[in-house]
Design a protein around this ligand. Structure first.
Ligand code: ATP
Ligand code: RIB
Length: 298
């Protein structure tokens, strides 16, 4: 039987402007198109996993405001279990200001608001009941991330850490992780290794293994991923697609890899599945709005 998966993380409202060129500091660029979309790394990953068929419990914290209400209404429509959602009385819901250029690249500034008020006290023991695998990112307080990792390990729940946005973490965050999924920038921040060759990727993966991480997937954008564990140590390519907006490609990859691994898929097939889901998301605008459904992957 496939167990419920747990995702704990951020929920934002993304204010997106699509324009040909990013403005330079001090410059104003006219001619953009505006979109308002649900986002936040935790929420994007939760919606991606659910659309691919996972039974997802999602825990986040929003403000007591219209953005928080819209986000929660959206999660109910996506079929997420949000019974342990928290609401801050003092802080506004998270907002991200995103600019997407003509190449599909993005620049993002996040006002975290209530996301940074998601504390261990918001996570009763019942959150972790009947869970086999959990996924967490770094858009909530590190104190909460540490608590979730320890709690899951005590309950024999496998933990996937998507260390985004990148920060140099103390060793105790890494020890005992089932899987870590940094992109290239995050890998460099965490290991000090620039991932410009296969050898450098091997060395970066070895760094994480030495710290006690069982499985490592370094995501490489349009180049795919580098998977390192005791079964496989090599590249898995991305699909070739026209990039419209790469926002949340990493989130869709993480939601999809969680779904595939929780279903008992082997590592290489799980990576192919997640690369395909992420590639589809790159061809569409937005974060959650770009996440594909299972029917689109078969
Ligand atoms: P983001 O911050 O944009 O959400 P990320 O930096 O966390 O993404 P990436 O390594 O850029 O993560 O992308 C994650 C995965 O998405 C890649 O491993 C790849 O499978 C897929 N992907 C990203 N960009 C492209 C692209 N241009 N073409 C095809 N697949 C892509
Ligand atoms: O990973 C993309 C996400 O990062 C966006 O949805 C934005 O909200 C920021 O959290």
């Amino acid at each position: 039987m496939e167990h419920k998966v747990l995702i704990i993380g951020s929920s934002n409202t993304d204010m997106v402007v699509k324009t040909e060129e990013f403005p330079k500091p001090g410059e104003t660029v006219l001619g953009g198109t505006f979109l308002m979309n649900p986002g936040g790394k935790g929420a994007n990953q939760a919606v991606a996993a659910a659309r691919l068929g996972a039974d997802v419990r999602f825990v986040a914290k929003t403000g007591d405001d219209i953005f928080g209400k819209q986000a929660r209404d959206g999660f109910v429509k996506e079929g997420l279990d949000i019974q342990y959602f928290a609401k801050s009385q003092d802080l506004a819901s998270g907002v991200a200001l995103i600019t997407v250029n003509g190449k599909g690249e993005n620049e993002i500034v996040v006002a975290s608001g209530a996301n940074m008020d998601l504390l261990p006290a918001d996570l009763p023991d019942a959150v972790f009941e009947d869970i086999e695998m959990a996924l967490i990112q770094l858009e909530i307080p590190l104190e909460t991330v540490r608590y979730v990792i320890r709690k899951c390990q005590n309950e024999n729940i496998k933990v996937i850490l998507n260390p985004a946005p990148g920060v140099k973490l103390a060793d105790d965050f890494l020890n005992g992780l089932f899987l870590i999924t940094p992109n290239e920038t995050e890998t460099e921040i965490m290991t000090g290794i620039v991932t410009d060759s296969a050898e450098a990727l091997q060395n970066a993966a070895a760094y994480f293994h030495q710290k006690g991480v069982q499985n490592v997937i370094i995501t490489l954008g349009s180049k795919g991923v580098f998977l390192s564990n005791n079964e496989f140590n090599d590249f898995i390519p991305a699909l070739k697609v026209p990039a419209v907006d790469t926002t949340a490609a990493g989130d869709v990859f993480n939601g999809a890899i969680l779904k595939a691994l929780a279903s008992g898929e082997n590592w290489v097939k799980a990576c192919h599945f997640a690369c395909k889901a992420a590639a589809i998301s790159v061809t569409r605008m937005g974060a959650q709005s770009s996440a594909p459904y299972l029917s689109e992957l078969v």
